[in-house]
Design a protein around this ligand. Structure first.
Ligand code: C2E
Ligand code: MG
Ligand code: MG
Length: 744
């Protein structure tokens, strides 16, 4: 509350106290207070208009207050001088005031309503207006009109109540627009002042018309003064607000949706009350009661519907969690409390949807939601904010560890509750980003930090959680810079290929080479493919890079083939496969480089394959040319075994995480063995990746695997180094990249 507002409130209260102690002062105090409040109200409203928010509304309010002041002064002049001209000036000023204030109220809500809600909005405003009319008619208009004198007073006595009805309808219209109206606190206060004014002035008129001394009514005087005070304080408050372009961030209070019900109730009370009071209950009672019950029941039904639709508005239908709207509402309520925001994004959800269908996808989402809800405390808010994106708002977080413990709990629940989808056990996995509020934080900043942490967690591919750390934002910027740099990398000669031999385990001789992209950035240095390939995929540059790598590898291997019959194994990204022109492009490369189709293997990661609608036709087209297709990193994606039986591929590359588990025990060999057996049944060749020890070779041979690659034989190396090895015709564990490989 600003100082001028406090002064005005104090003065008004002091005035009223003085009037209470000295009854004879009452008239003077009332006049002085009204003049003071209207005067300040007019000045501050004009100042408030300079703040930019709802400018027109404040200007109109200022004009309204000026005319109100004019009316008070003119009526006073009429009382003192008895001149009829002053009376006319007062009435005219008063009527213009009603027009201005009505317009001011309406101008606080500039947004248009959607067509669908406009009808019900109009119905609600009519409900409020007609109930107001019932009251005004019974207490003011009917007594005036039935008096029979149709003099000039009628303009005043009918005009003011009608003006009040207009105010009521205007304020009602703004409040009942619901969430469309975004009001500033000051605008809301102005509306309340206007509403109070309408009520007070109606009471004032009713008392006067029904014969009592107006100046004698403490209630109506007090209410009028209070209304005037509220409107003035609103203007003072707005005038002190920081100038900003924001168009009102506050929301219409929730109770405003219940105003029409209150209106129906008031109307019914009045009708029943009047039939009793006027002693016509015996005659009209049954009719009025039945009518009141009918409308009340209808209103009640409407009330339930409103509550249902409110609940639905903030609830996600599929999972029953909160939705984005519900979450935002809770985020807006966060004050200075220490809270945490957790962003969860399912890993590989698209694949589930694509391979197993949308029903399976829905089941995954519902189960995920259940496990999340189960893992958080009662007061915390889990929400689904996008297809497979979830958020949990954690209240009252003492230490960061409390927040990450929840993340751990969720991950453990996911691990312990695999889902049975069409006979397949699927473990749901997700990446989580966590951010904790800081003093002075906005909801947006908090969300942004959680988002950065999630992005980083996703990128790490660890299916775990990460807590926000400022370095992450830098890394994200680095990604953007990287995407820009990548676009020109090929043209400026920063890319090269490293080759890693694929070795026949029987003879120990290389039978092929896998081409692996290397990027030497002039500033960033050597960027690993795990870092730049995903960026290139996101930006689409991968199509160009991939094609360059393919052509370069085919050319190089064709050259080596004059010495040794090697095949080229080249990685292909899911993005490349999606391009219908891809198989044709590959064939053109073969034509240009002279490499025979049977000497080319294209490696596609398992997660790309599971998008069967794209993968199957592409693989078929490639195989029609005689090119072989390998599933890379097999066992790490979501592909189902049943999909694999239909997939047109030739080779399974067992992911190195399974090779690393080979430790001489049956349990350690479990997955590798199963994959090799399965490949045998389906007539596919298996290639093991990441061989680092001789023990692994021995075990793989025992399991029936024929081909392998790994640091044990050779690290990826430049084409120049490779030629040397080939001339020696024996794969050597020489290290051209990174630390020396472990020796057997
Ligand atoms: P990948 O296709 O599974 O390639 C095998 C990765 O395992 C290579 O990492 C290789 O250096 C590494 N590796 C080989 N033997 C061993 C071993 O004994 N132990 C360990 N720990 N690692 C071993 P690199 O070169 O960093 O490539 C990473 C990934 O980047 C590749 O995985 C592939 O998915 C992608 N990539 C590389 N080049 C290309 C390309 O030209 N196009 C596309 N789309 N992706 C590429
Ligand atoms: Mg590969
Ligand atoms: Mg691999």
């Amino acid at each position: 509350m600003t100082r001028p507002a406090l002064v005005l409130i104090a003065l008004t209260v002091l005035g009223q106290a003085a009037a209470l102690l000295h009854g004879e002062l009452r008239g003077v105090v009332m006049l002085a207070s009204l003049v003071l409040l209207d005067g300040f109200g007019a000045v501050y409203s004009v100042r408030a208009a300079r703040r930019g928010t709802y400018r027109m509304s404040w200007l109109l309010a200022g004009a309204g207050r000026a005319f109100s002041l004019g009316a008070t002064l003119a009526f006073t002049a009429h009382e003192v001088t008895g001149l009829r001209g002053w009376w006319w000036a007062g009435v005219a000023s008063g009527l213009i005031m009603f027009g201005c204030l009505t317009a001011a109220a309406l101008a606080t809500s500039a947004q248009r309503l959607e067509r669908g809600v406009r009808r019900s909005f109009v119905a609600e405003v009519v409900t409020v207006f007609s109930s107001g009319f019932l009251l005004v008619w019974y207490f003011v208009l009917d007594p005036v009109l039935s008096r029979g004198d149709r003099g000039a007073d009628l303009i005043f006595e009918v005009g003011y109540p009608v003006g009040n009805l207009l105010l009521l309808a205007a304020v009602g219209a703004v409040l009942m627009r619901g969430p469309v109206s975004k009001l500033t606190g000051s605008s809301m206060l102005l509306l309340m002042g206007i509403l109070l004014y309408a009520a007070a002035d109606t009471i004032f008129s009713a008392i006067r018309i029904n014969g009592a001394q107006t100046s004698g009514s403490a209630v109506s005087n007090g209410a009028l003064l209070l209304a005037s005070l509220v409107m003035t304080v609103a203007a003072v408050r707005q005038a002190a607000a920081p100038t900003s372009g924001d168009s009102g961030t506050g929301r219409v209070p929730a109770w405003s949706a219940y105003v029409p019900f209150a209106a129906v109730g008031a109307g019914n009370l009045l009708i029943v009350g009047v039939t009793i009071h006027e002693d016509v209950f015996l005659h009209w009672g049954a009719l009025t009661i039945a009518q009141a019950v009918t409308t009340s029941a209808l209103a009640l039904r409407q009330w339930f519907w409103l509550q249902d639709s409110r609940r639905l508005n903030v609830t996600d239908r599929l999972t029953g969690l909160a939705n984005g709207t519900g979450l935002r509402a809770r985020l807006d309520q966060l004050k200075d409390e220490r809270a945490a925001l957790m962003l969860l994004d399912l890993d590989g959800f698209k694949q589930v949807n694509d391979t197993l269908g949308h029903d399976a996808g829905d089941r995954v989402l519902v189960e995920f939601a259940r496990l999340v809800r189960q893992s958080v405390r009662r007061g915390d808010l889990p929400a689904r904010v996008g297809g497979d994106e979830f958020v949990v708002l954690l209240h009252d977080i003492g230490t960061d560890a409390q927040a990450t413990a929840v993340a751990e709990r969720i991950l453990a629940a996911l691990r312990n509750n695999p889902l049975d989808l069409d006979g397949e056990r699927v473990t749901i996995r997700c990446s989580i980003g966590v951010a904790v509020t800081r003093p002075g934080d906005t909801a947006r900043e908090l969300q942004h930090r959680a988002d950065v942490a999630m992005y980083e967690s996703k990128r790490s591919g660890s299916h775990g959680w990460l807590m926000y750390d400022p370095a992450m934002a830098d890394r994200r910027n680095r990604d953007t810079a990287m995407a820009d740099a990548l676009a020109t990398a090929a043209a400026s000669g920063q890319l090269r290929l490293a080759y890693q031999p694929l070795v026949d385990l029987g003879s120990g001789r290389p039978v092929g080479v896998e081409a692996l992209l290397r990027w030497e950035h002039p500033v960033l240095g050597a960027v690993p493919p795990a870092e730049f390939v995903p960026v290139a995929e996101r930006t689409g540059v991968i199509a160009e890079l991939g094609l360059w790598a393919l052509e370069e590898a085919c050319r190089q291997v064709q050259q080596w083939r004059s010495v040794l019959p090697l095949y080229a194994s080249v990685n292909v990204s899911a993005k490349q496969l999606q391009d219908p022109a891809f198989p044709e492009q590959v064939r053109a490369v073969l034509d240009r480089t002279g490499l025979p189709a049977e000497a080319l293997v294209l490696e596609i990661t398992e997660s790309a394959i599971v998008d069967a609608a794209v993968a199957v036709p592409a693989c078929e087209a490639l195989r029609a040319y005689g090119i072989r297709v390998a599933v890379d990193d097999f066992g790490t994606g979501y592909s189902s075994l049943h999909l694999l039986t239909d997939l047109p591929v030739d080779i399974l590359k067992i992911d190195r995480s399974f090779v690393a588990k080979l430790d001489g025990t049956t349990r350690g060999a479990g997955v590798a063995e199963a994959v090799i057996r399965l490949a045998g049944v389906l007539g596919l060749t298996t290639v093991a990746e990441g061989i680092e020890t001789a023990a692994q070779v021995a075990e793989l041979q025992m399991l029936g695997c024929t081909t392998a690659q790994g640091y044990l034989f050779a690290r990826p190396m430049g084409a120049g180094d490779f030629t040397l090895d080939l001339s020696a015709r024996t794969p050597s564990p020489r290290a051209t990249e990174g630390p020396p490989a472990p020796r057997p």
